[in-house]
Write a protein that binds this ligand. Structure first.
Ligand SMILES: [Zn+2]
Length: 190
């Protein structure tokens, strides 16, 4: 039963179209319901949740537009990166963030957003740069000896930057945290 197989605006086409619309509505409602449950569950024993700011991530990760000699756009790999699946995932996550913020407000709790730039490439403990490709799933810091899962390192770093941002106004990202720790170090020198 495919909509494309029915002749357009015929009665069977209209009935099937309405059924599909209902199904989409049902899925959207179920997702919303599940996202609210998840948000309340996550806040059940914490008062603050730190998250990567997706809007900043989009700006940071978007490929530069490439222009050809005649001013035409050349392929830059962006469309391959952001397929339909990716944009649906982003939309669902964006909706979840809104729900998370609403639930936080309802409960008198907080959501703190952190610039995700560099959170996978720095050590959460000492902030040293530890470059790794996407396929490297382990964080091993040559500076301070931290050994842990790559994503867990990122999560701890996001939490650290988020906490710092509540204490120091000028710390909002890994970069500003690194800069702040460097000035602190130079102050400590004799
Ligand atoms: Zn380290």
């Amino acid at each position: 039963m495919r909509l494309a197989k029915k002749s357009k605006h015929s009665k069977p086409w209209k009935i099937l179209k309405r059924k599909i619309a209902k199904l989409h509505q049902l899925i959207a409602r179920q997702r919303l319901d599940w996202q609210f449950k998840l948000a309340y569950h996550l806040f059940s024993d914490v008062s603050v949740i730190f998250i990567e700011d997706l809007q900043i991530a989009n700006l940071v990760r978007r490929c530069q537009a490439k222009l050809g000699g005649n001013g035409q756009f050349l392929p830059n790999g962006q469309s391959a990166k952001s397929g339909l699946n990716k944009s649906l995932q982003d939309a669902a996550f964006g909706q979840f963030v809104q729900i998370l913020e609403y639930v936080a407000w309802k409960l008198g709790k907080r959501v703190i957003k952190v610039d995700p730039k560099g959170t996978s490439q720095h050590c959460w403990q000492c902030l040293s740069k530890v470059p790794k490709s996407l396929s490297e799933r382990w964080h091993s810091c040559p500076e301070c000896g931290q050994e842990l899962d790559r994503d867990y390192n990122s999560a701890l770093l996001i939490q650290k930057i988020g906490l710092l941002s509540t204490q120091e106004e000028d710390i909002t990202s890994v970069k500003t945290a690194v800069m702040a720790s460097l000035t602190e170090e130079s102050r400590a020198l004799p």
